[in-house]
Design a protein around this ligand. Structure first.
Ligand SMILES: [Zn+2]
Length: 153
């Protein structure tokens, strides 16, 4: 997809060029990137997003799927290193009834979890009190991504 096909109003398409969005991006891959959720459920709530504006898994190419899986694996390692969570939710909400906040550009959520959290069904789409300032989270996670990323290939 060429840049001209990217919808101007899509936060995930805009994030790469938008100042606010760039602050939230913690790692960039070739076909996908990792961004902090602006309204995190917990500190370290990450999203793996394909560069292409795609709503359905079926429309992703296999190399995009592969990179998203590798980035999800990388996110797991970074979150474990940074926060030592007791669990991590990994998942996608495809379509509005499934809970997607941004329906047209799919993304994988990773939410670090600790005993005592509420269940996963309430995770996505809620606005929570920030447990950690986002710029601080980004500062903390970027070097971890940088350090771990080469080991994946
Ligand atoms: Zn988009």
């Amino acid at each position: 997809m060429t840049r001209s096909e990217e919808p101007a109003g899509c936060v995930f398409c805009v994030a790469k060029t938008d100042g606010d969005g760039r602050q939230l991006i913690v790692h960039e891959g070739t076909l996908a990137y990792v961004i902090l959720n602006k309204f995190p459920y917990n500190a370290g709530h990450l999203m793996v997003v394909p560069h292409r504006h795609v709503a359905q898994l079926a429309r992703l190419e296999s190399d995009e799927l592969n990179e998203m899986a590798l980035l999800t694996q990388l996110c797991e390692r970074v979150l474990n290193d940074a926060y030592s969570p007791q669990g991590i939710n990994v998942g996608m909400n495809l379509g509005r009834p499934a809970g997607a906040g941004i329906v047209d550009h799919l993304h994988i959520h990773l939410v670090p979890r600790w005993n005592g959290d509420t269940n996963f069904m309430t995770v996505v789409g809620e606005v929570r009190v920030l447990p950690e300032e986002l710029p601080r989270t980004a500062e903390r996670l970027r070097p971890l991504f940088h350090g771990l990323a080469p080991k994946l290939s």
